[in-house]
Design a protein around this ligand. Sequence first.
Ligand code: BEZ
Length: 215
Amino acid sequence: MEQEVNVMPRIGDQAPDFTAVTTKGKIKFSEYAKDKWVILFSHPADFTPVCTTEMSGFAQRKNEFDALNTELMGLSIDSIHSHLAWVNNVKEKTGVYFSFPIIADIDMKVSKLYGMLQPNESETAAVRAVFFIDPTKKIRLVMYYPLNVGRNMDEILRALEALQVSDANKVAMPLNWKRGDKVIVPPPVDLDGLNERLEGNYDEKIDFYLVKKDL
Ligand code: BEZ
């Protein structure tokens, strides 16, 4: 069901559904990117410098998101005409093409639904939000950045891969984890597990509660 309220969706929530006008036509979110992850992100405004660097960053690394079975979807509180002009302008000036859909959220419906409109930062522009949404359309990770600081594309990709590797292997990811690093074996939850942990051989064991292994 589509709602229209200013909420902050949280980790573990079902991603709120919406239908929106985008640069790739009208999209109903619940029908978009079936069986894929989605990175839904907002930027404050078209034709602004930080946003242009960020949008270009997403476009230039789209192949890495593709490799992680992930679709991109941008959003700002701008008209579809502004989006089309900006996409075309950046392509003409730099050769970078924003081929993923960008929502024209001129009525702020989706921004409010995802807590992207944070009035003490701006009453008219969305903050820089990133929602990591899994193939069941559950929100798995949320980032919010202010208007004046751009995001880090390496971190967005790292966190996405960490979520996927964690899910696939039932492990947790330590500080600064990146592909190839050891992962954390979840701590024991009963005495048998504790004893097994105390006696077992692991790649790295600090104590029973901090054990790492290679994948
Ligand atoms: C920017 O993308 O450069 C920007 C957008 C809105 C407010 C401040 C900076």
